[in-house]
Unconditional design. Structure first.
Length: 74
């Protein structure tokens, strides 16, 4: 995964990126919920872990952006 330096973004870029990440997270959570709850296909532990990690990375990025947005602007 590519690491983004959010600290170099403007407030507008941060807000737009946060919105995009929130949307991605909601999509992944909906997909995982449906896939894991409504399918009879075998889902490997590796796949479950990979999806959980993907969602956690999105949550971490959103939290990092939230922290930057809470900093006072000069």
């Amino acid at each position: 995964m590519i690491r983004v330096d959010f600290s170099q973004m403007t407030r507008q870029e941060l807000e737009a990126t946060r919105g995009s990440l929130e949307s991605d997270l909601a999509d992944y959570e909906e997909m995982a919920s449906f896939h894991f709850a409504n399918t009879s296909a075998h889902i490997s532990a590796h796949e479950v872990t990979r999806e959980r990690n993907r969602r956690q990375r999105l949550k971490d990025a959103i939290a990092e952006i939230d922290g930057l947005l809470m900093e006072p602007t000069p």
